[in-house]
Design a protein around this ligand. Structure first.
Ligand SMILES: NC(=O)c1ccc[n+]([C@@H]2O[C@H](COP(=O)([O-])OP(=O)(O)OC[C@H]3O[C@@H](n4cnc5c(N)ncnc54)[C@H](O)[C@@H]3O)[C@@H](O)[C@H]2O)c1
Length: 525
C-alpha cells in the first residue's frame, strides 16, 4: 500500500516500475485530443492572444479561460496606483530585504498576494502534505528548475513547495494574460526570482522566459504549454542537453514533446503529466460535476429543480455534469453515439434520445462530446424561448456559434459571458461564453483540483531528478502508476479515509505488491 506516511525517498527508491514511453499521442488516453494539433509557434501565440482558452492545459491550461483578463478570485487585489502604469521592465524594484532579481507589476501588492496564497493552501491538502512530509528529505536538493506556468495563488503554492523540497527555481508565466500580479509580488517578496505580470507583450513574454534561463544553468524544466522547452532548445541548445528532465502539464506542450521525440530532437526524458490517471479523473469527472452548476448559476441565476436538460455526450465530463444536475432535480436526457456510453446512461436512469426529439422542449442544452457541430443552427432555430445553451467540451466548435452570426439574429450582451441571441419573432436563447468551455469561462477552478495537478507535477520532477541513469531515455513518459496512486493517497487524510491493507495471503493471491501499484496500466477507473 502506498501509505501517506511512507518516506518519500523510500517511495521513489521502491518505484522500480516504469511505464513504457508513449511515443505516439494516439496511444495515450488523450482526453483532450479531439484533433487539436499544435500549430506553428506563431500560430499558437496568436491563438493565446485571441482566445486563451485554447491554450488551456488542462487545467491547468485549464486554469485560465477566455476571460483570463478577469480576476477569478474574489479575494483578488483590485487596487491600482500610478506605479502600475509604468511598464515593469522600466522600473527598479526591490523587496523588503533588498532582493531585486525579479520583474513584477508592483512589489507593493505582496501582502494581498500572500493572503490569497494562504487561502489556497487550505484547500490544497495533497501538495501541503507533500511539502510537510518531504521537507526534511529535500528530494529536490540541487535541482534548478525553470518554471513556465500560470502564476496564480494555487500555482504559487506549488512553486513554494518545490523550494521547500530543496529546489532552486526561476519562474515565468505561460500566458500573457493570466498572471495574478499580487501573487507574483508575493513570490518576489520571499526572494523568488519571478518574471511575470498581467498584460505582457509578446516580446515581454519571451524576455521573461529568457530571464529565467540566461543567467544560470537550470537542470529541470516545468512547463505548461512547451514555451520554456522551446526557448531553451532554440536559444540554448548546449544547455538544453544538460537538462535532466522536463515535466509538461498541457495538452499543447505534450503534443510538442511527441513531435520533438518523433523528429529525434528530444534529447532529454520528459514526463507527460497531462494524462496521468488521477489528474484526468479529477479534471473531467469531479471538477465538471461541481463546476457545471457553479457556472450556470453564476451566469444565469437559474433554478435547476424540474428543469429539462439535454446533455450531449455521456463520457467522463457528461457523467460528472449529470450527477450534479440530477442531484438538483433536473430531468435529464442524453444523446450519445456510442452504445456503451448510451447503455451506461440508461443504467443511470436517464433517457437516451436524439437531439431533435427533445430540442423543442428542453430548458438547458449542454455539450460535452469533444466533437464539432453537435448543436447546429437548425437545432437552435427549434429551441424554446429562454433555452440556455452552453458547452463543457474542449473545443468551441461543439455549438455552431458562427451560424448565429447572421443578419436576421440580434445579439445582446446581458452580462459578462452571457449573450441573448434574439430571433425576429422575439424568441431568445441564452448563449454562455460564446460556446467556449463554460466552466472555465464562468467559474473558478477549485484549488483542490489544482492540488492534484501540483502533486503530479512535483512528483514527476522528483522522479525524473532522482532517477538512476538509464531509467529514462530521451522520450516522453507517463507518470508511473505508483506515483499516481501516491498523489491520491496524499489527498485521503483530508477525508479521514482509511485504506485497507492487503494481507500477505491476499497480495499473493492477487499477484500484487502490497505497496502497489494496484492496477494494470490498462485499467479504467
Ligand atoms: N470543461 C472542462 O473543464 C473539461 C475538463 C475535462 C475535459 N473537457 C473536455 O470535454 C470533452 C469531453 O471529455 P470526456 O473526458 O468526457 O470525453 P469522453 O470521450 O469520455 O466523452 C465524450 C462522449 O461524447 C460522445 N460523443 C461524441 N460525439 C458525439 C455526438 N455527436 N453526439 C453525442 N455524443 C457524442 C462520445 O461517444 C463520448 O462518449 C473533451 O473535449 C474534453 O477535452 C472539459
Amino acid at each position: 500500500m502506498t501509505e501517506p506516511d511512507t518516506p518519500l525517498v523510500e517511495l521513489i527508491n521502491a518505484n522500480l516500475i516504469i511505464d513504457v514511453p508513449v511515443t505516439d499521442p494516439g496511444t495515450v488516453n488523450n482526453v483532450e485530443g479531439n484533433g487539436c494539433l499544435v500549430g506553428t509557434q506563431s500560430n499558437r501565440k496568436s491563438e493565446t492572444k485571441t482566445t486563451s482558452t485554447k491554450k488551456s492545459s488542462r487545467y491547468r491550461a485549464r486554469s485560465m479561460s477566455a476571460s483570463s483578463t478577469d480576476s477569478f478570485s474574489s479575494g483578488s487585489y483590485s487596487g491600482s496606483s500610478t506605479e502600475d502604469d509604468v511598464p515593469p521592465r522600466e522600473k527598479t524594484q526591490a523587496n523588503s530585504s533588498g532582493f531585486s532579481d525579479f520583474c513584477v507589476r508592483n512589489i507593493n501588492q505582496h501582502a494581498f498576494g500572500r493572503r490569497e496564497i494562504e487561502i489556497a493552501e487550505q484547500e490544497m491538502p495533497g501538495i501541503m502534505a507533500l511539502r510537510k512530509r518531504a521537507g526534511d528529505d529535500k528530494p529536490l536538493k540541487n535541482a534548478r528548475i525553470v518554471g513556465c506556468t500560470h502564476i496564480n495563488a494555487q500555482t504559487a503554492v506549488m512553486i513554494e513547495t518545490l523550494r521547500e523540497l530543496g529546489a532552486e527555481v526561476r519562474w515565468a508565466a505561460c500566458n500573457i494574460y493570466s498572471t495574478q500580479n499580487e501573487i507574483a509580488a508575493a513570490l518576489a517578496e520571499v526572494g523568488l526570482p519571478v518574471f511575470a505580470w498581467r498584460g505582457e507583450t509578446e516580446e515581454d513574454f519571451w524576455w521573461c522566459i529568457d530571464k529565467c534561463v540566461n543567467s544560470w544553468q537550470p537542470n529541470m524544466i516545468l512547463d505548461d504549454g512547451g514555451d520554456a522547452t522551446h526557448w531553451m532548445l532554440k536559444k540554448y541548445p548546449a544547455m538544453f542537453k544538460s537538462i535532466k528532465g522536463i515535466v509538461e502539464e498541457s495538452l499543447t506542450g505534450v503534443h510538442r514533446l511527441y513531435q520533438l521525440s518523433k523528429a529525434g530532437k528530444l534529447t532529454v526524458p520528459a514526463m507527460n503529466v497531462n494524462d496521468s490517471v488521477t489528474k484526468t479523473k479529477f479534471d473531467n469527472l469531479y471538477m465538471c460535476r461541481e463546476s457545471i452548476i457553479d457556472s450556470l448559476k453564476r451566469s444565469t441565476d437559474v433554478m435547476f429543480g424540474g428543469k429539462q436538460v439535454v446533455l450531449c455526450g455521456y463520457g467522463e465530463v457528461g457523467k460528472g455534469c449529470c450527477q450534479s444536475l440530477k442531484g438538483l432535480g433536473c430531468v435529464i436526457y442524453i444523446t450519445e453515439i456510442d452504445p456503451i456510453c448510451a447503455l451506461q446512461a440508461c443504467m443511470d436512469g436517464f433517457s437516451v434520445v436524439k437531439l431533435n426529439e427533445v430540442i423543442r422542449t428542453v430548458d438547458i442544452v449542454v455539450t460535452a462530446t469533444g466533437n464539432k457541430n453537435v448543436v447546429t443552427r437548425e437545432h437552435m432555430d427549434k429551441m424554446k424561448n429562454g433555452c440556455v445553451v452552453c458547452n463543457m467540451g474542449h473545443s468551441n466548435t461543439e455549438i455552431d456559434v458562427n451560424s448565429l452570426r447572421t443578419p436576421d439574429l440580434t445579439w445582446e450582451k446581458v452580462r459578462s459571458q452571457v449573450d441573448h441571441v434574439i430571433w425576429p419573432d422575439g424568441k431568445r436563447i441564452v448563449l454562455l461564453a460564446e460556446g467556449r468551455l463554460v466552466n472555465l469561462s464562468c467559474s473558478s477552478l477549485p484549488s483542490f483540483v489544482v492540488s492534484i495537478t501540483a502533486c503530479t507535477q512535483a512528483l514527476a520532477l522528483i522522479e525524473l531528478f532522482n532517477a538512476p541513469p538509464g531509467r529514462y531515455k530521451s522520450d516522453v513518459y507517463l507518470l508511473p502508476k505508483k506515483m499516481d496512486e501516491y498523489v491520491a493517497s496524499l489527498h485521503l487524510p483530508t477525508f479521514d479515509a482509511h485504506l485497507t491493507e492487503l494481507s500477505d495471503e491476499q497480495a499473493k493471491y492477487m499477484g500484487l505488491n502490497k505497496a502497489g501499484p494496484f492496477k494494470p496500466s490498462y485499467y479504467r477507473y
